[in-house]
Design a protein around this ligand. Structure first.
Ligand code: SF4
Length: 302
């Protein structure tokens, strides 16, 4: 059954001149049929550079939106339109307008995990891979409103020794792990280094041996001499880690770190969207044009 689906996807991909972009948190079998698997920044770059006519984006809604913003001449499809991001939903244009009024001299740095409307109101975007560098590129005396992830923002503050105006949003998947759970996992695997994503709580980050975006976690695990590693991010990444590092063993910092939205991507749905050419992710032109500016600024600086 799965083999038939994969064969159908393969012929539809060729027929539609489609590229399938897959986030590191998507289910393993979806990662395996992707033309490219990566983090938000890598996938944004691929979306901007592809010469395919169709992009099938196996991630969550804001990622497909970013692809549509960067490739207005392509058809961007999502296997499941319901795959949203709770953290992105924690920032609304009305609230950001209030922040802008309250801090009129502040610049707005927005994590790509946000809606197109929020990006359109921002000065520059960032990802978890480049947030420290992007914020660090602003003069020391400039106030920065950091939207929407307070944990990533707190990590940037700590790395740069600089206070930011933090939006109170968070990723439920990463926020879910508590210090006691991480310590318990450490006790079960003594000696294994811990690497976590900066969307985790500050006390988790303080406890870890290393911190990084998904691409940085992948690199760390490739390069470390340790044969057992504890990984504190969405558990979908374990598939790729195990595939790329056959001699090493990976443990989730907590087995409950899963993102139900990422898991809405399935092989069947990838096949169906390529058959139906729907749902198409599109934006009104004005929002897309305004949102493109902070994303392109980020890509130029990264
Ligand atoms: S893992 Fe967190 S930030 Fe990523 S899509 Fe899921 S809820 Fe959003």
């Amino acid at each position: 059954m799965a083999e038939n689906i994969k064969e159908n996807i393969q012929s539809l991909r060729t027929h539609r001149n489609a590229v399938i972009l897959v986030h590191n948190y998507a289910p393993g079998d979806v990662q395996d049929i992707g033309d490219f698997v990566g983090d938000s920044l890598e996938l944004a770059r691929k979306a901007a550079a592809t010469d395919a006519d169709v992009i099938v984006f196996c991630g969550v809604h804001f990622m497909a939106e970013t692809a549509a913003i960067l490739s207005p001449d392509k058809t961007v499809l999502m296997p499941d339109r319901e795959a949203g991001c709770p953290m992105a939903n924690m920032a609304t244009p009305r609230e950001l307008a209030e922040y802008r009024r309250k801090y009129p001299d502040a610049s707005v740095v927005t994590y790509v995990n946000s809606s197109a409307e929020i990006k359109a109101m921002s000065d520059i975007c960032c990802t978890s891979a480049n947030a420290v560098d992007i914020v660090g590129s602003f003069p020391e005396n400039r106030d920065i409103i950091f939207v929407p992830d307070r944990n990533l923002g707190a990590y940037v503050e700590q790395r740069l020794g600089r206070k930011l105006i933090l939006w109170p949003g968070y990723c439920p998947t990463h926020h879910r792990i508590l210090l006691e759970q991480l310590r318990e996992t450490r006790e079960q695997h003594p000696g294994a280094p811990v690497i976590v994503h900066p969307e985790c709580r500050p006390e988790i980050i303080a406890e870890a041996d290393a911190v990084g975006s998904t691409s940085q976690i992948l690199r760390y695990c490739r390069e470390t001499t340790a044969s057992e590693i504890i990984v504190g991010t969405e558990i979908g990444i374990l598939h790729r880690l195990e595939k790329e590092n056959p001699g090493k063993t990976f443990y989730p910092a907590s087995p409950i770190m899963d993102c139900p939205n990422m898991k809405l991507n399935t092989l069947e749905k990838v096949m169906w969207v390529l058959e139906d050419m729907a749902p198409v992710i599109s934006l009104d032109e004005e929002t897309a044009e305004k949102a493109r500016i902070p994303i392109e600024r980020m890509l130029e600086q990264s």
